[in-house]
Write a protein that binds this ligand. Structure first.
Ligand code: LAC
Ligand code: ZN
Length: 489
């Protein structure tokens, strides 16, 4: 199942615009009509599919600028597209041949690395893993880490202010960016790629592009912060009797070594069971899988003494105190990788189950356990037989409260259960003053929930900023705020 949007008639001027874009960029870099490959039309989840007027693949910021000018002259909206894993419909065209998809994939050069300044300049189409590898080869760490890192692109990471599994230590993408180059919808280039750690000269405009979901400009390059590469990495899997106990473990580890904690992921029992469907040796996990809640934990340090013995003592204390009921302390990189594979398989296995509820909410950390408990009770009551899947990034107060539907739903129930349960989750989140989108953005899928909650002052300022950057509402039309900045497309 997929969401097709606004299936209007094709724009009559579409063929002409595609021809002009072909003349500008080279015919091989423009796909139009039936020639558009499927991969530009669909996101990773399969929930969003569109039919763009054309797909263009410019090679540099100048080509992006010239292409945007042509699109602006034709009055055609443009959707900047990265790696298709934002999961909120931000990077997929609508279904009416109305928008040009601008893929940044050819802009994938690492422009430079500055070891002493601990920064690197990369183009927007660089795959996150390639950026991490390039940093690693120079002896540094680029710390953004998420399941899609083998395919997602830096421009998308920046435009969605991506989070992931190491945020509690290194912050979200916004904290990892020193400079931005972006092309404005009228073709002017905003360029501030200076690797300055301090710069208080007026408003910090580059921040506006981070998390703007492509609505203000097309990000073409970024200067990223690098960090010391960890020398010691200790990875743990701890199993406990409840999410409450996992939170107590988190509190204790924060107090006793929080500055060394680089990941703390909550994985509830149904999530582990789902991941084990894809594991080649699920029996190895049988004892741990009997427990209701788990944490995948990482400590790391770039220097100082070996963390292993200290972490071993922490684990023994947690077991003695009865907070952890069982656990594994990885004794090799391979064992640590096997734990992280469980985390990835859990997401992969959900995707294989097809259409399901996927949420991305945040609350104060102290409310996490109660939120999970209330969510699971509410989901069971609202849709008997459904499988709640609660997991998340504990150190960020970020929960993914997902649900697999029961088998054999009739058509009416199948059509309305996702919006119904989304509403229930969002209302729970409201009780804690939380956020309905913690790390994936608004895109198309969360517009209504966002609209219902954004305070009037903030909304007005956002509209005025959108209008200042994109008065014709050309870029990522309808994303975040519909009907903003002139006529919607
Ligand atoms: C995760 C993504 C879906 O945490 O945000 O797995
Ligand atoms: Zn997440």
């Amino acid at each position: 199942m997929e969401t097709r949007l606004d299936d209007d008639a094709a724009q009559p001027a579409g063929g002409e615009l595609a021809a002009r874009l072909g003349a500008l960029l080279g015919a091989q870099q423009v796909f139009a009509g039936d020639a558009v490959p499927e991969r530009y039309c669909r996101d990773w989840s399969g929930d969003y599919a569109g039919v763009p007027l054309a797909v263009i693949r410019p090679a540099n910021a100048d080509e992006v600028a010239a292409a945007l000018r042509l699109c602006a002259a034709a009055g055609v909206g443009v959707i900047p597209q990265g790696g298709h894993t934002g999961l909120v419909g931000g990077g997929t065209a609508d279904a009416g041949h109305r928008q040009v998809v601008l893929s940044l994939e050819r802009m994938n050069r690492i422009r430079s690395v500055d070891p002493l300044g601990m920064s690197m300049v990369v183009e927007a189409g660089c795959v996150l893993q390639a950026v991490k590898d390039a940093a690693d080869e120079c002896g540094y760490l680029f710390p953004l880490a998420l399941g899609a890192q083998g395919s997602c692109q830096i421009g998308g990471n920046l435009s969605t202010n991506a989070g992931g599994v190491n945020v509690l230590r290194y912050g979200m993408m916004r904290n990892l960016v020193l400079g931005v180059e972006a092309v404005l919808p009228d073709g002017r280039v905003f360029s501030d790629l200076r690797a300055l750690r301090k710069n208080n000269t007026g408003l910090d405009l580059k921040q506006l592009f981070i998390g703007a979901e492509g609505t203000l400009g097309v990000v073409t390059a970024a200067t990223l912060k690098l960090f010391p590469k960890p020398r010691w990495v200790e990875t743990l899997w701890l199993s406990a009797g409840s999410v409450d106990a996992i939170m107590a473990i988190y509190g204790r580890l924060q107090r006793e070594g929080g500055e060394l904690l680089s990941a703390f992921e909550l994985i509830t029992a149904p999530c582990l069971a789902l991941a084990l469907e894809l594991d080649p040796n699920p029996q190895a996990w049988r004892a741990l899988a009997a427990h209701p809640a788990h944490a995948l934990i990482e400590f790391s340090a770039s220097g100082g003494p070996d963390l292993g013995p200290w972490v071993g003592t922490l684990v023994a204390d947690l077991l003695d105190a009865g907070l952890a009921l069982d656990g594994l302390h990885a004794q090799s990189g391979a064992q640590a990788a096997a734990m992280w594979r469980i985390r990835e398989r859990m997401v992969e296995a959900q995707q294989r189950r097809g259409k399901h509820l996927r949420t991305d909410v945040s609350v104060p950390i102290a409310a996490m356990a109660e939120l999970v408990a209330r969510f699971e009770a509410a989901a069971a009551a609202a849709l008997p037989g459904a499988q709640p899947l609660s997991y998340g990034h504990v150190g960020d107060g970020n929960a993914h409260l997902n649900v697999l539907p029961p088998p054999g739903l009739d058509a009416a129930a199948a059509a309305d259960w996702i919006p119904r349960l989304t509403g229930i989750v969002n209302e729970l989140v409201d009780d804690y003053g939380g956020s309905i989108s913690a790390e994936h953005g608004i895109g198309l899928s969360k517009r209504a929930a966002f609209e219902a909650r954004v305070p009037a002052v903030q909304r007005e300022l956002m509209e005025r900023i959108k209008t200042a950057f994109d008065p014709a509402a050309l870029l990522s039309p309808e994303r975040i705020l519909p009907r903003t900045g002139g006529q919607p497309r």
